[in-house]
Design a protein around this ligand. Structure first.
Ligand code: GUN
Length: 291
């Protein structure tokens, strides 16, 4: 029997812990505050930002969204970040990616106060994570570690294959799986667009995390019996419905499920965890700043 992970249910248990931590902070007179900055972005960005805002409201985080005209100069974004860095009621700052082409991403990520960097994208926080001393683990890979633990999957000693090398998912996921800590200790291979014989690598894997942004590219014939599969993809594909599209993962669920012992579907797996770990990091940021 394949265990299909219910991301919403796992997210709800983590949110219970987050609510308890917020109660403790409230007792000390601190309400965690998260600012989300939206400057343009793709079709999904505005939707993600409103989902983050709703999740904050739901657990008792004071969420604010700052919108910046996508045609404004980069300095407008820098000024907003400076103001949020200086605001004692704001404990976490998230700048939604992608940014318009004229805005240098690295400048932006370095500008956020590392103690408020709830995405974990500031070079200081990336360095801390890679050297095994994380402050804020990036939300999506951290959420995946929680999903694996919920299904009693311990990556220790596993051959893990990460498909995709993005800064947001692939690279930090590979790093966390490699760490000498709980949820790590795997032997990690990272595959990407230039990888040769991809199916040979995935067939040798005990654990596959698919984060490439290509609809249903990972199919059952590329997997071994008993594999653990985590689908990070949320691809918009044209559909004959009201919205005109539907969301599809990077994994062909039907054929992959036939091989997998554990599978996290998309939608309904990683998605709810990413936002939940953002709430978790915001509460951690509030604790760091008030303690
Ligand atoms: N865009 C897609 N995923 C993310 C994320 O985790 N954080 C930010 N800031 N932008 C994103």
């Amino acid at each position: 029997m394949t265990h299909v992970i219910d991301g919403n249910a796992v997210a709800e248990t983590v949110r219970d812990d987050v609510r308890a931590a917020i109660d403790e902070l409230e007792a000390e007179g601190v309400t965690p505050g998260l600012a989300t900055v939206l400057m343009g972005g793709d079709d999904g960005s505005a939707t993600y930002v409103s989902m983050k805002q709703r999740a904050c409201d739901e657990v008792g985080i004071d969420g604010t969204t700052v919108e910046i005209d996508p045609d404004a100069p980069a300095e407008a974004l820098y000024e907003t970040i400076d103001e949020l860095n200086a605001d004692p009621d704001i404990h976490g700052i998230l700048v939604q990616m992608p940014l318009p082409d004229h805005v240098p991403k690295r400048e932006v990520l370095s500008r956020v106060d590392p103690l408020k960097d709830v995405d974990g994208f500031h070079p200081e926080n990336v360095g801390r994570m890679v050297s095994g001393n994380s402050r804020f683990k990036p939300c999506t890979p951290h959420g995946i570690q929680k999903l694996l633990a919920s299904a009693d999957v311990d990556p220790e000693g596993m051959d893990a294959v990460v498909l995709g090398r993005s800064e947001i998912v692939g690279k930090p996921m590979a790093n966390l799986l490699l760490q000498k800590t709980d949820g790590g200790n795997a032997t990690v291979t990272v595959c990407h667009s230039r990888t040769q014989d991809l199916a040979e690598k995935t067939r040798a894997a005990d654990l596959v995390v698919a984060a490439v942004g290509r609809p249903e590219m990972l199919t059952g014939d590329m997997l071994s019996e008993g594999v653990v599969v985590i689908d990070v993809g949320t691809n918009r594909v044209d559909a004959d419905n009201e919205k005109g599209y539907e969301l599809t993962g990077d994994v062909d669920f039907k054929s992959a499920r036939e091989k997998a012992s554990v599978i996290s579907p998309s939608p309904g797996g990683v998605g709810p965890m990413t936002i939940t770990m953002l709430l978790y990091n915001t509460v951690k940021a509030a604790s760091l700043q008030s303690g």
